[in-house]
Design a protein around this ligand. Structure first.
Ligand code: SIN
Ligand code: NI
Length: 254
């Protein structure tokens, strides 16, 4: 791997960044891939989203999941050694890939992704350290749909699923969180935010004339087991509740 062109590598990732991730449940990491790569992958992501069947396509975003299985260029991004190694170092535990997804907010989409935690959407047991790399494929300002986080909310591991299409959902389930400060993180192309699967987050609407393109690579503890609850990724696999999520669908990191 050539690491010279990356602003952040596992070796240059500071202890402050690691501590901030563990304390807040998210962190901004600049230049995890290069700016040039980000724009190349942006074109690949737009083409893949056009070609492949989308999982959902509403006003909030168009979602294509597990594209690494279908598209050679996106496979290189999902399995990108620097993204994987930085995620591993932040999480501090052995990881496997859960799934990836391209999330595109159309120009002028006028719809936020409302506050939610990711982990309640997943059929995961015994995996306390899920971590998502949200990779900016293009400059992602507040105006075009960057992420906002509630620091420390990853400690709330007891909440049921929240509806990312409903601005009141998280706060009706957990009214305390409405009083917590929020941190909004614009990203330059090639930057990432990494967030814990229980860190509450939202993304602003895209008010620009260009699509907002993000690729999210989601990792889980290597110890994660299947709960038996239905999910688009696991439904075709014939798993039983209690099975480890392992094998070629869930490649180990590092
Ligand atoms: C978004 O990018 O719109 C939302 C990402 C997420 O919910 O993880
Ligand atoms: Ni999310």
């Amino acid at each position: 791997m050539t690491t010279l062109s990356y602003t952040t590598t596992p070796d240059s990732l500071s202890q402050e960044k690691i501590a901030a991730y563990r304390q807040n449940g998210f962190v901004h990491v600049p230049g995890v891939i290069s700016r040039e790569e980000a724009f190349e992958f942006r074109e690949a992501a737009l083409a893949a989203a056009e070609r492949l069947q989308s999982l959902s396509a509403g006003p909030v975003f168009t979602q294509n999941a597990n594209v690494w299985r279908e598209d050679e260029a996106m496979r290189r991004l999902t399995l990108h050694p620097n993204v994987q190694a930085v995620a591993r170092k932040l999480a501090g535990v052995d990881l496997r890939l859960w799934h990836d997804q391209i999330l595109i907010k159309k120009p002028q989409n006028n719809a936020a992704t409302e506050f939610h935690q990711d982990q309640p959407y997943w059929p995961h047991a015994d995996g306390p350290n899920p971590i998502s790399a949200w990779i900016a494929l293009g400059d992602v300002t507040v105006e075009c749909g960057c992420m906002t986080f509630i620091p420390g909310s990853h400690q709330r591991t007891d909440l049921p699923m929240q509806n990312l299409g409903d601005a009141r959902s998280l706060f009706s389930i957990c009214p305390d969180l409405v009083w917590e400060p929020r941190v909004t993180v614009p990203l330059k192309a090639g930057d990432c935010t990494f967030h814990h699967g229980r860190c509450a987050h939202m993304a602003t609407p895209n008010m620009t004339d260009e699509p907002r393109v993000a690729h999210i690579v989601i990792f889980m503890d290597a110890t994660t087991r299947f709960t038996g609850v239905g999910h688009v990724v696991t439904d075709p696999l014939g798993l039983k509740a209690g099975d480890l999520l392992e094998g070629e669908m869930f490649p180990a990191v590092g």
